[in-house]
Design a protein around this ligand. Structure first.
Ligand code: FAD
Length: 386
């Protein structure tokens, strides 16, 4: 009988969260294995993300984690050489009505003390940053110039390559089917191809996060809902920041778009009501709905041709915040699930935090951050910038 291979930590899922977490753990000297059912890295929700990277959130936990992620994305090419199409274009949440103006201004009181570089711009100043915005009725908007965007696939591959160089092992095309448990402690994972031992197992299974937690008999409120996105042909640069319009209308709660480093406009909506389930077939309703909203906001977009639409899954939680922490029921079992619409931007900062958790080296600040993301919170609040 062959002995089962042993690791310091096993990560279930090599996506937006699992890949940078494995990299960070390997960087800290841990012997780490990441297992993913898909044939290569980032093939779950990661590759469906449109690439937005912001620390502009409504709570200190995501702001802090994403400030660190932004540092990683912004310096990646310089430090590691891979091109990930990082573009520091900033983010702008625009307001055409007093309701949105009030929400966005109230959030500044949380955002600024957390160190976020963000300000409210009156309409005239905002039009200098985004000259093509429809001026009629524009009240103003927030502008956070240090936010940006990058390619989710190039980035996850860069994290994967570095993780491998640092000694992390990846097993693709392999499904985790169960956890190995001894008493109240996790001892490893069982897959459709074998067994692997580790005193730490991380659930980073994205939209399938609840399924993996259920293998430990733990109920986690993560439910996938689907969002559609599209990309246009490439044109000369004319748009700086990611533009987010949070006015809800029939069919969509908000929508957002930006111009990628390579010239394409990439855009997305948040459907209202939510579309629950695992269906990722494109619809015929998405494009007419979002295109009319975008063209009303920036009339200059009307001549752009759309090249492709796609649909992917947000791993949603009831309050819109991620679930990160050790489980009380099973020692050594860590949850890093429910990233909602922000797993790509949370990934690198969260991977470092997960590594400090694994090493037992969390700071007071980390513990405060984790208190917001606790699996055992009441899920009563509601994220304002989903
Ligand atoms: C249209 C759209 C636009 C988006 N735009 C953005 C954006 O601009 N910025 C942003 O930050 N986020 C964005 N997101 C959200 C982002 O894609 C997700 O939050 C993120 O990818 C979730 O990361 P994850 O690592 O939790 O999940 P994933 O990236 O899906 O990784 C989970 C992995 O776990 C694996 N897995 C699951 N179960 C098992 C098992 N039993 N055994 C083995 N492997 C398993 C899966 O194969 C998968 O690869 C967008 C999402 C969509 C759909």
């Amino acid at each position: 009988m062959t002995a089962i291979r042993s690791y310091d930590a096993i990560v279930v899922g090599a996506g937006s969260v699992g890949a940078p977490a494995a990299m960070s753990m390997a960087e800290a000297g841990l012997k780490v294995l990441a297992v993913d059912r898909f044939p290569s890295v980032g093939q779950g929700s990661n590759k469906r993300a449109i690439g937005g990277l912001r620390a502009t959130h409504s709570d200190p936990a995501k702001i802090r984690i994403c400030l660190r992620s932004l540092e990683v994305f912004a310096t990646w090419e310089e430090l590691h050489g891979d091109k990930i199409e990082w573009n520091k274009g900033g983010y702008s949440y625009v307001a055409y009505r007093p309701e949105e103006e009030r929400i966005l201004k109230e959030l500044l009181a949380v955002q600024k003390p957390c160190g976020l570089n963000i300000d409210w711009l009156e309409a005239g100043d905002l039009l200098e940053v985004i000259p093509d915005l429809a001026p009629d009725g524009l009240v103003g908007g927030t502008y956070s110039p240090d936010d940006g965007n990058a390619s989710p696939l190039l980035a996850v591959h860069a994290f994967y390559r570095r993780a491998r160089r640092l000694g992390a092992e990846f097993r693709f095309g392999e499904v985790v089917t169960g956890l190995i448990v001894e008493g109240a402690k996790v001892r490893g994972v069982r897959t459709d191809k074998g067994e692997y031992a580790a005193p730490i197992v991380v659930d980073a299974a994205g939209p399938w996060g609840a399924e993996v937690a259920a293998m430990a008999g733990i109920e986690v409120p993560v439910q996938p809902d689907s969002h559609e996105a599209a990309v246009t042909e490439a044109v000369a640069r004319f748009l700086g920041p990611m533009v987010v319009d949070i006015r809800p209308v029939a069919g969509s709660a908000n929508y957002y778009f930006y111009q990628h480093d390579t010239g394409q406009i990439i855009f997305c909506i948040t459907p209202r009501p939510s579309i629950w389930g695992l269906d990722t077939r494109e619809t015929s309703s998405f494009l007419p709905m979002v295109a009319s909203r975008m063209v009303a906001l920036i009339p200059r977009l009307r001549n752009l041709r759309v090249r492709r639409t796609w649909r992917g899954l947000y791993p949603m939680t009831p309050d819109g915040f991620p679930i990160v922490g050790w489980t009380r029921e099973l020692e050594g079992f860590m949850l890093a699930v429910g990233m909602c619409g922000q797993g790509f931007m949370l990934g690198p900062g969260l991977g470092e935090l997960m590594t400090r958790m694994a090493l037992g080296q969390t700071s007071d600040g980390d513990r405060e951050t984790l208190s917001y993301l606790s699996p055992y919170r009441e899920f009563k609040g509601q994220e304002k910038l989903k």
